[in-house]
Design a protein around this ligand. Structure first.
Ligand code: FES
Length: 59
């Protein structure tokens, strides 16, 4: 499923980016392009980052 329609970035790509060490929406934007256009997806990317941090904290 696409997270960023403008740049055609999928949820899997964002997850892979987080797994590779990205810790901010800016880092994800720089490596995938998501959020570079209309920025509608930034909220969703932030939610994905927050959730991954919560999962790490509870692991
Ligand atoms: S949906 Fe990501 S920049 Fe527009």
């Amino acid at each position: 499923m696409y997270v960023c329609v403008c740049q055609a970035v999928t949820e899997n790509e964002v997850h892979a980016c987080i797994a590779a060490g990205a810790s901010s929406a800016r880092e994800i934007r720089d490596s995938t392009g998501a959020g570079r256009d209309c920025a509608t997806c930034v909220r969703k990317i932030c939610a994905m980052l927050k959730r991954s941090k919560e999962l790490v904290a509870t692991a």
